[in-house]
Design a binder for this molecule. Structure first.
Ligand SMILES: Nc1nc2c(c(=O)[nH]1)N[C@H]1C(S)=C(S)[C@@H](COP(=O)(O)O)O[C@H]1N2
Ligand SMILES: [Mo]
Length: 445
């Protein structure tokens, strides 16, 4: 029996009113390892340390959440081209995705993926700091606690699911039998719900716990001087703490160092330049970012584009209502050429800034008398896959830097980058910059 003045919950006490029979049945069903509060002995565990990690996540996770949901809107889901295509009311309010600043999507996606990865050590540290609570037994002593633990299951399960599906996607390892985007999207909403509930319940506790110790003092406390926090009603502090093998300062440095290392090893995929060379964790990190060597996402071989597809017989078909115009590459090169430095920014977080030359999309629209089209549907020569077509908004067609690119960095497009012609539009999500373009249909409605 725990001493009556011991506020720590233990397996031996049940809340008043808890059915004794049920409690005994639960005791008999106790799985090995559960309910052994004395098995968790780190003297670092306590509300202050948990709240430090919690505070970092409280400030940063909303940024990951918002950029993720914004990315969905950037795909222009009203054209039925977002993943997943139909989400009902489960999205941010729609707005026309702007074309300026040109780095908008690059920044959004770099932050979503980069910050998401950088926070993994913090998430793991926070889980470590509360792990004894996952093993308490009986699993709940009251209805309120059942609900709380259920929300924690969604919270912990939700974030781990988002991390795993996110990482597997950017590493191109489709290890699961369901659609990544659909799972990641709905998983996000499960997590968001649990996150909001958790913050609402825990915020006062977080504030009081942060006030219980001084960060400045902790940063000056050595391992030898490290003592457990005061016993807390949540039972985070070890009942039988072992001597410290690490100071709190050391624990914070370990987690911060892990995050910094991930930052160094991934940021280069979004920033480019010399940083890309040390972006060893990023699958699109190996490129030198020189004119002839910047990331290729899907090769011509993978897209089954053949030499005859893009040979002398290639024609670009422009359509608007009943009007149809066909142009070969020489005719496109004879039109007014425009050059713009624009990024390709993939949903997976990597991006690259290159200098593109080609014909303005609005000049192509004019050829078929499309003065004010609502949208433009671009179709690739590529026969299969989900990325072989895209619908552009009006502003994405009429921006002065919106191009059907024929060249990049002064030379003809390579086959892998979309020869004979590809779309490049400012701030457009990478996936909609269709390569190996076959036709553009300007639509008035
Ligand atoms: N036809 C076609 N266009 C495509 C793709 C594709 O698979 N097929 N991939 C898209 C994606 S997801 C991105 S991020 C960019 C990458 O362009 P890059 O390979 O030239 O870097 O092209 C886009 N255009
Ligand atoms: Mo992409």
């Amino acid at each position: 029996m725990a001493a009556p003045d011991d506020p720590r919950p233990s397996a031996e006490t049940a809340a008043p009113g808890f059915p004794v029979r049920l409690w005994r049945a639960l005791e008999r069903a106790r799985p090995p390892g559960f309910g052994r509060t004395r098995a968790w002995r780190s003297p670092l565990r306590g509300p202050w340390l948990t709240s430090m990690f919690g505070a970092v996540l409280l400030v940063t996770l909303p940024v990951v959440i918002i950029t993720g949901l914004v990315s969905f809107v950037a795909y222009a889901p009203w054209f039925g081209q977002a993943f997943p295509a139909h989400v009902g009311w489960l999205h941010l309010p729609y707005f026309t995705w702007p074309t300026r600043p040109v780095w908008l999507y690059r920044l959004n996606q770099g932050v979503h993926v980069g910050l998401g990865l950088v926070l993994v050590p913090v998430v793991l540290a926070k889980l470590w700091s509360v792990v004894p609570k996952l093993f308490t037994w009986p699993p709940a002593r009251s209805i309120a606690q059942v609900l709380e633990r259920l929300s924690l299951l969604l919270l912990v399960g939700g974030i781990l699911f988002e991390i795993v599906t996110g990482v597997l996607d950017i590493q191109y390892w489709y290890a699961f039998p369901f659609d990544f985007y659909t799972a990641h999207y709905y998983g996000a909403w499960v997590f968001i719900g649990a996150f909001v509930a958790h913050v609402t319940i825990k915020l006062p506790r977080l504030i009081s716990a942060l006030r219980s110790r001084s960060l400045r003092r902790e940063l000056r406390t050595s391992r030898a001087q490290t003592r457990p926090e005061l016993a807390d009603p949540d039972g985070l502090v070890a009942a039988d703490p072992a001597p410290a093998t690490l100071s709190r300062r050391g624990a914070l440095a370990l987690v911060g160092g892990g995050s910094a290392l991930i930052a160094v090893m991934t940021a280069g995929q979004s920033i480019g330049g010399a940083a890309r060379r040390v972006a060893l964790l990023a699958p699109r990190g190996g490129y030198r970012d020189t004119p002839g060597d910047f990331p290729i996402n899907h090769t011509a071989t993978a897209a089954a584009i053949t030499a005859t597809d893009v040979g002398a017989g290639w024609r670009l078909t422009l359509a608007h209502g009943g009007q149809v115009v066909q142009l070969d590459r020489a005719q496109l090169l004879a039109m007014a050429q425009h050059t713009a430095a624009l990024p390709i920014a993939c949903v997976e977080g990597w991006s690259t800034l290159q200098t593109w030359t080609g014909v303005r999309l609005r000049d192509l629209a004019a050829l078929v008398g499309a003065a004010h089209p609502a949208s433009a549907h671009v179709q690739s020569l590529q026969r299969s896959g989900a990325f072989n077509q895209a619908t552009l908004q009006f502003n994405q067609v009429f921006d002065s830097d919106a191009l059907l690119a024929l060249k990049v960095n002064g030379t003809d497009l390579s086959l892998d980058h979309g020869y004979p012609a590809r779309v490049i539009v400012p701030a457009l999500p990478g996936v909609h910059n269709t390569k190996w373009v076959r036709s553009i249909d300007f639509r008035d409605t």
